[in-house]
Design a protein. Structure first.
Length: 274
């Protein structure tokens, strides 16, 4: 009966818990996607922009309000603006308002006009800088990483929900060396257990004897006062190593439960020749 699930309570609880994580990831992915789109389109606009030098006349003045300051000191700041009228070949005679504290009505000044949309600059804009390129690359990559995390989390949740060990032998045996328990958060009394140890047996030959850890939240774990010396575990798909695993041991009753398994990164070191 060791490979037949009689109590899926904690497996189902862990699968449902992934839904909250997916929602959070979706919100972050949407935010970074929007920010990445703005950064990329802004960079593309700056790279392809062309400017025409001309003169303009200050024809009026006004004010604009801008929110500035940190999160706690956010406030409105009022700035003076002037409207500049100009004429550029290929563009209809138009005007544009810019922030300035010194220009007066009637002044004639040299300006630069972006030939595509007519934006006015008092100085010719330079080429996109280091941070323009950095944010246009990094932010979309973060968004892609979040989208990949969503896909992997949903896939793991589905596989966990449908997990069935019938007809299978355990994929590994994990020998526990130490157990560390920490509060999940300041507001939660539940703990997160980290089980340090090594695999004494593993269906993945390269993992036999590998040191690693199992991490599981107390809410997804059967009541336990002391962990047994060894735990038997299953990958979600037979023969395919996975980070999310299912565990079962008679010492903790009939319940089956899931945890996150990770191994220490071991770099091969070449020994110097004798």
């Amino acid at each position: 009966m060791a490979n037949i699930i009689t109590d899926r309570t904690f497996i189902n609880r862990a699968a449902r818990g992934s839904i909250g994580l997916v929602v959070v990831l979706i919100l972050f992915a949407a935010g970074f996607s929007a920010l990445g789109y703005a950064n990329v389109t802004g960079l593309a606009k700056d790279v392809s922009a062309t400017y025409a030098a001309t003169t303009g006349d200050v024809i009026s003045e006004g004010t604009t309000k801008v929110r500035e300051g940190g999160r706690r000191s956010r406030h409105w700041v009022e700035y003076r603006t002037v409207t500049i009228e100009y004429d550029v070949a290929g563009l209809a005679r138009t005007s544009d308002s810019i922030r300035d504290e010194e220009l007066q009505i009637g002044d004639r000044i040299d300006i630069w006009v972006e030939t595509r949309d007519g934006d006015v600059f008092l100085e010719k804009p330079g080429a996109p800088g280091f941070w323009n390129w950095t944010w246009a690359i990094v932010v979309p990559l973060i968004a892609l990483g979040l989208l990949l995390s969503i896909v992997l989390t949903v896939r793991s949740s589905i596989r966990l929900k449908n997990f069935d060990p019938a007809g299978r032998e355990p994929d590994f045996v994990f020998a526990i060396d130490s157990v560390d328990a920490q509060q999940a958060s300041r507001r939660s009394k539940k703990r997160i257990f980290t089980l340090q140890g090594a695999t004494e047996a593993n269906s993945i030959a390269s993992r036999i004897g590998a040191t690693g850890k199992l991490v599981v939240g107390e809410k997804n774990l059967p009541p336990v006062t002391n962990f047994p010396a060894r735990l038997t575990g299953y990958y979600l798909t037979p023969g395919a190593e996975s980070t999310d695993v299912v565990l079962h041991t008679p010492e903790l009753g009939d319940s089956w439960w899931s945890a996150v398994l990770s191994f220490e990164l071991v770099l091969d070191q070449q020994k110097p020749a004798p």
